[in-house]
Design a protein around this ligand. Sequence first.
Ligand code: ADP
Ligand code: MG
Length: 599
Amino acid sequence: MGKIKVLSDHLCNQIAAGEVVERPAAVVKELVENSVDAGARRIRVFLEKGGRALVRVVDDGEGMSPEDALLALERHATSKIATAEDLQAIRSLGFRGEALPSIAAVSRLEMITREKEAVSGTRIVVEGGTIRTVEEVGCPAGTSITVRDLFYNVPARRKFLRTVETETAHISDMFLRLALAQPDLYWQLAHHDRTVHDFPKAASLHDRVYHVFGAAVAKSLIPVDFQTEHAAVRGLIGPPELQRANSRSLFLFVNKRPVKDTLLTHAVLTAYDTLLPKGTYPFVVLFVDVPPRLVDVNVHPTKREVRFRDPPLVLDGVRRAMAQGLESAMKASWTRPFYASLESPRPAAAAAAAAESRAGLQGMQPWTVSGPAARPEPVPMPWPNRLPEGSPAGDAPREERPHEPTGPPAFSSLRILGQLACAYILVEAPDGLILIDQHAAHERISYERLMAGFGSAGSQRLAPPVVLDLPPLEADALSRWLPEVQFLGFDIEPFGGGSFVIHAMPSVLKHTDPAALIRRLAETTPAEERTPRVGLMEKLAHTAACHASVRAGQRLNLEEMRQLLKDLDATRLSATCPHGRPLWWKITLDQIQRFFQRT
Ligand code: ADP
Ligand code: MG
């Protein structure tokens, strides 16, 4: 007897389910893609318990005959391709004929479907891959597929499912990506009896983006439209100001398929290269359309990766499209010095976004204009008791001077020479010239004060309370740390659907926009991370310090400069800003003399 056996279809389906059905969001994706392929005009998704108890997708597409309905549940049964040539030129979202049998193998599935011309429809019930019922029923034209108790027969997989909120967040994220790809369809998502998304049929991508992300974001976007011989690239891309702290703000599609493609992502990000601070991501909705024969979508079981037959051909088009769009946008804002435009949130846009989110317009507006990245880095410099070593270049021998006590350098005792480029304060040291980065310095001061103030300064009510709308995964992250955030002096009430009401905030943070602060926090911390209070405090202080600080590009008068130096003297650590950038740099007289060849 040989050892090798051909596995049963049932087992094959369970194995395939392992790849195709990662979590409830994958079920939603597969079912919705089938609805799109079936020519639906309206797609409704209902969930119970984050999709764990129930996912139902109802469409008004072409439906199936009784025979097809049964066949659809067979492995490798598809109406979308028939020959090997078809596989080279796929125009539908599905083609593997795997989704329905895989889902049916690991759930209790009910399919109700009717073709438009047919007088009656078909209802099929499958349990763990075994067909239990096939019957004729009266039903509307189109297809409704209900998936109950996902993984009920695969306990190992069930254990990997996260909380209801997290699973709902993943579904919601997936859903809005699919909805962006098809603006001309009507999309609805409901969790129990609560509407999560309701996107009416839109006339254009811009209108859909308006519904999904709100007016402030939609207004700021730059249209991109570029055609090469091999690719059409179009979409809406954000100005550098519309930055986010994670890559979920990249909405990339290849032939209307949401993809996570490294090459494509890279091409998009390089366009923003120097325009964005490290660790931040642009907001981009980009559609790349290429002839189906130039792209292989059969690379990944869930089809989220693609392989271009000739990547440079396509990616070059993407880069050029992006460059063209950004260039035109940058020209329009040319009047501002660039570093200033990076660093200062534009008050008008931010205020508009805030006002709008307060008005609770059209669901969520997850993206508003935000400040620079708050990514703390290890402090590379040793504590500079020795003022002469402040300069990375200078290595003058150490000398004790009366105004340099062992302890923080007394910046305030030095003569202020002036301000350079609205960004640096120049002071005269006994042995050289010191340049102080005004923004970094102020940030350090604010940070220290905030950290010292937590817990002692108490909490302050906001009147009126501030409404904050977050995209699904960020909302989920915030809900997890509510106890921690509460402990620090916030009073935040979850409102459902990614909305939160901020009633109070720690008094030390009173000069910061609470919504921007909390948003930033949610964006920079992965949902699953259990954040200790101290970590959270540091994050809040970083963000708040950054928002509250004087910017590069701001002219300071002598009094303001003097105050800044005094405050700097009072901080514990004045070598670097909270992000690890140096605060000041000294050019020693020695260096100056060497340059002028006076030694
Ligand atoms: P694939 O989408 O790769 O073809 P599926 O297992 O997802 O494989 O679906 C199998 C077949 O069932 C599809 O090819 C299609 O003919 C049919 N089908 C699935 N869902 C629907 C639907 N909502 N409306 C009409 N036909 C559907
Ligand atoms: Mg399919």
